[in-house]
Design a protein around this ligand. Structure first.
Ligand code: JHZ
Ligand code: ZN
Length: 432
């Protein structure tokens, strides 16, 4: 038999991980651990058949709360070069997200008084879902995307794309080639950033005096209220409230002008910032959200300590439901080979004995296997052929879209299991 390279946690290059010893925002060492997932695989790394016999790297996954500024963060940073190699997440697959991107462009055009043909830089442009909507609206667009396969997709669409991690180097290069920028935008990227000061400093350096930074990030209030614990994975280094965000933005020369709560990805916030040096009318929404966070106790440790017991309860409930269905010989498949689905299954100890396969419409994920559990990822034709008794919705943030897509399954007696915010079974006799 051919010898195989075996990678265990102890053989992972120590330079690929770094402990988080002080808070990423306020630098205090006032960090308390409030949830420990144990050792987890990398959630967005899907395996090919030939990789299944190799020992997979797993890394500690632990949440810390900063008692000084309220930021939740992971106890460990896995090097981005390790996290984003062979990255298969394509944001365009979801029609909900496509529609969301259209809304971003029309809202920002209205509220920011953007110049026609203005220069827009998108950080983490993924497969160009948002970039293309800005381009369709007449803006000049530039993408920055470190994952090679994704950057080549937007280059093929004709969009200038720098295949790099965002930072001072790429900012200087963009400015040299294109001059100052009108808008820097990033959706679902801030949570992935280790050095926020360097990241924001580079944004500040490239924006014109009247330029704006707009970003969207999953919101910690939704995470806590709706028990979205499975959105914790090694890519997500920070779990933001507005309060610590304000602190780090102001320290880097920005002023928050407006903030909106959004439904996308289980609840996010859109934060609109200008340069501190320019004059701005600040919306009352900013103070209102800061007050809400204080009133909800989100800046105190207590709410986080209670969170652990709620997670254990959900895990037990899901495991019990699935094992009782298996005892009745029911066939269960899942929909959405999402990163969150990976953590849900791996953390709850649910594997191939329970879930036959995971359906995903991303061609790059099909034919692969989920890391950790090794459940196969397939296209939807398998589901149409085999008609499982239950579909576990692993991309619960897109439940409506997935239910619309599988309406026939539902109308003809199919059952869904939606795990978050609480375990629910849905069928045509007990709808949403
Ligand atoms: P989805 C991602 O997490 C990755 P994930 C990232 N780290 C991030 O920050 C968050 O999003 C916000 C599939 N699907 O979006 C596509 C279909 O097959 O919940 C995806 O594989 N058909 C950047 O991975 C998965 O489900 C469909 O019709 O947890 C959804 O993954 C739809 C709607 C989805 O994010
Ligand atoms: Zn802090």
């Amino acid at each position: 038999m051919a010898s195989k390279s075996v990678q265990t946690l102890s053989s992972v290059d120590p330079s690929s991980v770094k402990p988080q010893e002080s808070c990423r925002v306020c630098k205090a060492k006032n960090l308390v651990t409030y949830f420990d997932f144990g050792l987890m695989p990398l959630a967005n790394r899907n395996l090919s058949l030939s990789q299944l016999d190799l020992k997979e790297p797993v890394f500690p996954l632990q949440l810390l709360f900063c008692k000084t500024c309220g930021l939740s963060q992971l106890s460990l940073v896995v090097a981005p070069e390790v996290l984003y190699q062979g990255y298969t997440y394509h944001s365009s697959v979801s029609q909900t997200f496509q529609q969301h991107c259209r809304e971003i462009v029309s809202t920002l055009k209205q509220h920011l008084d953007l110049k026609p043909k203005g220069l827009v830089v998108e950080i983490a442009s993924n497969d160009g879902c948002l970039l293309s909507k800005f381009a369709e609206s007449g803006f000049q667009v530039i993408g920055v995307e470190p994952a090679k396969e994704l950057a080549s997709l937007t280059q093929a669409q004709g969009f200038t794309t720098f295949c790099q991690f965002w930072g001072p180097g790429v900012a200087v290069e963009i400015q040299r080639q294109f001059g100052k920028v009108d808008l820097v935008i990033g959706t679902n990227v801030m949570a992935h950033v280790d050095d926020l000061d360097e990241f924001l400093g580079a944004v500040n350096s490239i924006l014109g005096p009247e330029g704006h930074l707009v970003f969207e990030v999953p919101y910690m209030a939704n995470y806590i209220e709706q028990l979205e614990f499975d959105t914790t994975y090694h890519e997500h280094l920070s779990y933001f409230l507005l309060s610590p965000l304000k602190r780090v933005l102001e320290a880097n020369g920005f002023c928050i002008i407006d903030v909106q709560r959004l439904k996308i990805h289980g609840g996010s916030i859109r934060v609109i910032c200008g340069k501190k040096s320019a004059a701005h009318a600040v919306s009352a929404s900013v103070e209102a959200l800061l007050t809400f966070e204080r009133d909800m106790g989100l800046l105190e440790e207590d709410i986080y300590l209670k969170f652990a017991a709620r997670i254990h309860h959900l895990r037990d409930r899901l495991r019990l439901l699935l094992s009782s269905l298996k005892q009745k010989s029911k066939h269960i498949a899942a929909y959405g080979a999402s990163a969150k689905g990976n953590i849900l299954l791996n953390y709850c100890g649910i594997g191939k004995e329970t879930i036959d396969y995971i359906i995903d419409d991303t061609p790059q994920k099909q034919g692969k296997f989920q890391s950790g559990t090794h459940i196969p990822i397939v296209d939807s034709s398998r589901m149409l052929k085999e008609r499982p008794d239950y579909l576990l919705i692993l991309a619960w943030n897109f439940t409506e879209e997935l239910m619309n897509k599988t309406a026939k399954y539902y109308q003809t007696g199919g059952n869904y299991i939606v795990p978050i915010p609480e375990v629910k079974v849905l069928n045509s006799s007990s709808p949403l």
